[in-house]
Design a protein around this ligand. Structure first.
Ligand code: FES
Length: 142
């Protein structure tokens, strides 16, 4: 069996939603201290809906495929749906990732949550801090 699914290869070689959003409503950046990979997510939010989302990922193929898939999964969805996105759901949507690459999909979940937290902070929206556990991998938060 191939190490990577066709979906992973597809999103790696033809990633969706790459780029930046000028004047984004929320920006989230996370890094994995071990591998050094970095992911940045930009959100445009209108009426509690993710109107647009773009990403920049400097990292491995699985991280790029995870970002691409995760952005597709939250685009047009509500903030609540985006908050509920798990790295497991991203990995499943990619038809699986090798076990040693699962942490790459964690970056996508954390980057989206960070961007939503930034949106809440910018707009003075109250939130439960427990929804945003400190990301253990993120060298940038320190
Ligand atoms: Fe670093 Fe994949 S190896 S995110």
């Amino acid at each position: 069996m191939a190490l990577y699914s066709e979906k992973v290869m597809d999103h790696f070689t033809n990633p969706r939603n790459v780029g930046i959003i000028e004047n984004a409503d929320g920006v989230g950046e996370v890094g994995n201290a071990k591998c050094g990979d970095i992911m940045k997510i930009y959100l445009k939010i209108e009426n509690d809906i993710i109107a647009d989302v773009k990403f920049e990922t400097f990292g491995c193929g699985s991280a790029i495929a995870s970002s691409s898939m995760a952005t597709e999964m939250i685009k047009g969805k509500s903030i609540q749906d985006a908050m509920a996105l798990t790295n497991k759901a991203v990995a499943e949507a990619l038809d699986g990732l090798p076990a040693h690459k699962l942490h790459c999909s964690v970056l996508a979940e954390e980057a989206i949550k960070n961007a939503l937290k930034d949106y809440y902070d910018r707009n003075g929206i109250a939130y439960d801090k427990a929804q945003f556990p400190d990301c253990e991998h993120c060298a940038h938060c320190e």
